[in-house]
Ligand binder design. Structure first.
Ligand SMILES: CSC[C@H]1O[C@H](OP(=O)(O)O)[C@H](O)[C@@H]1O
Ligand code: ADE
Length: 311
């Protein structure tokens, strides 16, 4: 079903706690009933795409297309701050992010899924990567970049789909490169030597910003190629799209199964990310003394955390 976005209401009056950020090859979630398409602006600009509100068993879920509705945004052009801030502003506290990745390990075969637990940052500092700057400083912890509680749910759902041919690797390290060009063979081999499991161009700064916004965030990766270290063909876009298309049913079913579980837990501490609440706000409050705070930067923090400066 194609969604006729212009015909949908542009407001939604209930908080939405759960969001999916769709990546390459996962630009919609068929089977869910769209009830609104929001077009928010944030202090960091507009998100990559309208935020589609889908309803599932009475529970609303937000869907955002990371590269835009027509995949017009390169990885370094994705407005990750606007995406994360806009999701938080509508009530989102749990984000499931999907990504097509290259495999850096023989045992992670094209079409296998990976629930990563670590990231190595190989972006080049050209992407805006923090909410806390320009007169407000905050340093959040990022030792474990993903959410273990969400990872457990993904793993349980994937285990139940083993009979449908879903293969899931329950941990792994993503190397997030700058792109948009793919890696050289020397780089690909170096990432393997570093212990990288998979490679993409999208995990950062998205995961860092989710942590700054106190969201529970977990990426689900699907391998589409062996990058260029393997004896098989070197990666190209056609290969990525071919494997995404070949396994898109499983990808959508896995995300759907995870959403089913999360919707059952919609008002739980896990989905409301109570375990992250206050973590970034504490980091900001301790750092910049009132005399050094910039009013515009303070307003931006207020957008993320309404009432922040009144407390
Ligand atoms: C089309 S290959 C490179 C492209 O695919 C991945 O996108 P996403 O993470 O949004 O699924 C990768 O990160 C690159 O952006
Ligand atoms: N080999 C690769 N490198 C970076 N991003 C990717 N996304 C899918 N395959 C990739």
């Amino acid at each position: 079903m194609t969604v006729d976005i212009p015909s949908l209401p542009t407001t939604f009056d209930r908080p939405v706690h759960i969001a999916v950020i769709g990546g390459t090859g996962l630009t919609s979630l068929p089977g869910y009933h769209p009830v609104a398409a929001l077009h928010p602006t944030t202090p960091w600009g507009a998100p990559s795409s309208p935020i589609l509100i889908l309803e599932h068993a009475g529970v609303p879920v937000a869907f955002l297309a990371r590269h835009g509705l027509h995949h017009q945004l390169a990885p370094h052009e994705v407005p990750a701050r606007a995406n994360i801030a806009a999701l938080r502003a509508i009530g989102v506290r749990t984000v499931i992010a999907f990504s097509a990745v290259g495999s850096l390990q023989e045992e992670i075969k094209p079409m296998d899924f990976v629930v990563p637990d670590q990231i190595i940052d190989r972006t080049k500092g050209i992407r805006p990567f923090t909410f806390f700057e320009g007169g407000v400083v905050g340093h959040v912890g990022f030792a474990d970049p993903f959410d273990a509680g969400l990872a457990d749910i993904v793993k349980r759902c994937a285990a139940a789909m083993r009979g449908d041919g879903v293969v899931l690797h329950g941990k792994g390290t993503i190397v997030c490169m700058e792109g948009p060009q793919f890696s050289t063979r020397a780089e690909s081999n170096m990432y393997r030597a570093w212990g990288g499991s998979v490679i993409n161009m999208s995990a950062l700064p998205e995961a860092k910003l989710a942590r700054e916004a106190e969201l529970a965030y977990q990426m689900i990766c699907m391998a589409t190629d062996y990058d260029c270290w393997h004896t098989t063909e070197d990666v190209d876009v056609a290969m990525v799209m071919k494997y995404m298309a070949a396994n898109s049913e499983n990808a959508k079913h896995l995300v759907g199964a995870v959403l089913d579980e999360l919707c059952k837990l919609d008002n739980s501490d896990l989905v409301l990310a109570k375990h992250w609440a206050g973590s970034a706000q504490g980091a900001v409050k301790f750092m910049t003394k009132p005399a050094g705070r910039d009013p515009e930067a303070m307003k931006r923090v207020e957008y993320l955390f309404p009432g922040f400066w009144n407390e």
